[in-house]
Design a protein around this ligand. Structure first.
Ligand SMILES: Nc1ncnc2c1ncn2[C@@H]1O[C@H](COP(=O)(O)OP(=O)(O)O)[C@@H](O)[C@H]1O
Ligand SMILES: [Mg+2]
Length: 323
């Protein structure tokens, strides 16, 4: 009998609302995540892309239990996250943040930053911890003498290596990388991306790679999930998304990507920058992308398109691009 293989991470119908309270104003609900569902398999990289404010960091925080979901389910190998022992949880999912300056304690030396997860979550001796820390520093490309340094003595790329080392100490299966290279120069970005690829192979890691820049995930993702104002608009294999985008928003993101890399100014680049998106606080009744969309029809203002299978990838659009 064949064994049922569960995805490593299975997220279904995840919602996250923030209550916005302003003095003398009625409480408003901001829908940061709406009905987000996806899976992550062992050894896979899922790229999560979308503009600033579309809910990427909220998703990362809900998955790492820094925020509570409003509703929905998050399962690791079939077990709901709240039912996992906290130690088991930490040794399954870890996060690397965009700004290691803010996420690394400035008063701690590199050695202690990397050692702390082991001190807090295991009973290992200081001798064993020292060996493991020095070994990990080597693996992430930090020289041993850096162990006495404080985060502000490191360059941006080195600080990100430090954050990666810390995240790997408990040997997690999943790394959530929230814009891990967005604050770095392009040449340093490539070095950190290469390091992440090496570490993925060495530790059989699964990556949830969050970025606003499609070009960053083009070469490292197996699948891509595109978000717009808290919803998934397109989700599927990387080649399909890059070679043949079917959601008008994915197409716009792809067409404006060369500008991010210093390419030419086309009319589409202009479009994405100047056309106003509604905010997560004032979402329209229909498709949230309709106000910026060239394919819009009257139906788009009336109801929200569901994710539908289009030849092996999912698209949430009434007028998905043909071909
Ligand atoms: N703690 C919070 N309280 C209220 N609103 C929040 C909070 N965190 C995020 N938001 C809002 O949720 C939306 C998604 O934000 P975020 O997840 O940070 O997006 P991204 O990481 O894609 O830029 C934004 O409209 C943001 O203002
Ligand atoms: Mg963010």
């Amino acid at each position: 009998m064949s064994k049922l293989i569960l995805p490593l991470l299975n997220v279904s119908n995840l919602n996250k609302n923030f209550e916005i309270k302003k003095i003398f104003k009625p409480i408003k609900t901001l829908k940061a995540l709406s009905e987000v569902s996806f899976t992550l398999n062992t050894n896979e990289t899922l790229g999560i892309v979308g503009e600033s404010g579309c809910g990427k960091s909220t998703l990362a925080k809900v998955l790492t239990q820094l925020e509570k979901p409003s509703s929905g389910s998050i399962q690791i190998e079939g077990i709901e996250i709240p039912n996992l022992d906290p130690k088991e949880f930490h040794s399954t999912i870890q996060m690397v943040f965009q700004d290691p300056y803010q996420s690394l304690n400035p008063r701690k030396k590199a050695f202690d930053i990397i050692a702390d997860p082991l001190r807090i979550n295991t009973n290992k001796s200081e001798n064993d911890i020292k060996e493991l820390v020095l070994d990990m520093m080597k693996k992430v490309g930090l020289r041993e003498e850096f162990k006495e340094r404080y985060p502000h003595h490191f360059s941006g790329g080195q600080r990100q290596r430090l954050g990666i080392a810390r995240a790997l100490m408990l040997r997690p299966k999943i790394l959530i990388l929230d814009e891990p290279v967005s604050a770095l120069d392009v040449s340093i970005q490539a070095q950190v991306l290469n390091l992440l690829l090496e570490l993925q192979a060495e530790f059989s890691l699964s990556y949830l790679f969050i970025t606003h820049d499609l070009s960053v995930v083009e070469h490292i993702s197996d699948r891509i999930l595109v978000m717009y104002l808290g919803r998934i608009v397109e989700y599927g294999p990387r080649e399909q998304i890059f070679n043949n985008p079917k959601h008008p928003y994915t197409q716009l993101l792809l067409e404006s990507a060369p500008k991010v890399l210093g390419g030419t100014n086309s009319k589409k680049d202009w479009n994405i920058i100047t056309s106003e998106a509604p905010s997560a606080l004032t979402l329209p009744k229909g498709c949230a992308f309709a106000s910026r969309c060239n394919n819009k029809t009257p139906q788009c203002d009336l109801s929200i398109p569901e994710l539908k299978d289009e030849g092996g990838r999912l698209v949430a659009c009434f007028n998905a691009i043909k071909g």
